[in-house]
Design a protein around this ligand. Structure first.
Ligand code: GRF
Length: 238
């Protein structure tokens, strides 16, 4: 069941309309057309608290990110970030992955909702589902993720604790394009934080989260501005 809610409305139970006629990114191999061709409409996918979503909302409000969040989609009805979106007047949709018989069916529904709203760039913000080929092929080079480590170090869950446990003296956050490899796509932006001796996993995670909130809007702006290309694994501005 897909639940759609406009801002400041109680989430109504809405039947899913299989809208499949949205704009599709026209991306030549390795060359970016996001932004320049498709406008600046973002779709944000969340599963939880949504602090990175809030950072995107705030950056747009402050004019630091020239974009519009067309929709926020959660795969969990209890995702706290949904309330943040509604407060900001952004349409929200809940698409519980468990309602679908397969990953493909779930992703086809996501794609239909995003295309119906002419989303050009998908921002994953604590979205706890792996995306498969169906979704990746629908949005080639147009999906961003934020990860709380300096990739390629510490991919996967609980990256901040992984870094702390390992004993690194520097940790940080990464925004990258999403590919089929877990936390493995071309790196768009990174920022480091020091790990002092008296850090705990929680204080380190809080410092990294602060950095995440700074770099995610900046990286989204960079990608939407276009004029970049992928060379091998490298994201390069012209
Ligand atoms: C962030 O640490 C992000 O890097 C990771 O999931 C967390 C999401 O937090 N992918 P929030 O929901 O944005 O607050």
């Amino acid at each position: 069941m897909v639940q759609i809610a406009m801002a400041n409305e109680l989430p109504p139970s809405a039947p899913h309309r299989a809208v499949r006629s949205g704009v599709r990114p026209r991306t030549r191999a390795g060359r970016c057309t996001v932004g320049s061709d498709l406008g600046r409409r973002i779709g944000v996918l969340i599963s939880g608290r949504g602090s990175n979503l809030q950072a995107l909302i705030d950056a747009i409000a402050e004019g630091r990110l020239r974009a519009e969040i067309a929709v926020v989609i959660a795969n969990r009805a209890d995702a706290a970030g949904l309330a943040r979106a509604r407060t900001a007047g952004i349409e929200t949709i809940t698409i519980p992955h468990r309602d679908y018989p397969s990953r493909e069916a779930f992703e086809e529904t996501l794609i239909a909702e995003l295309r119906a709203r002419r989303v050009a760039l998908v921002c994953l913000a604590g979205f706890m589902r792996l995306l498969g080929a169906t979704f990746l092929e629908a949005y080639p080079n147009a999906i961003l993720n934020i990860h709380p480590s300096l990739l390629p170090a510490f991919p996967g869950v609980d990256a901040q604790r992984q870094a702390w446990t390992y004993g690194t003296k520097v940790a940080g956050a990464t925004v990258h394009l999403v590919t089929g490899e877990l936390d493995g796509g071309p790196i768009v932006m990174q920022r480091a934080v020091a790990v002092p001796d008296d850090d705990t996993p929680d204080t380190l995670a809080a410092r990294i989260l602060d950095v995440e909130h700074q770099i995610y809007p900046d990286a989204a702006q960079l990608v939407l501005d276009g004029g970049w290309r992928i060379e091998g694994r490298r994201f390069r501005r012209a």
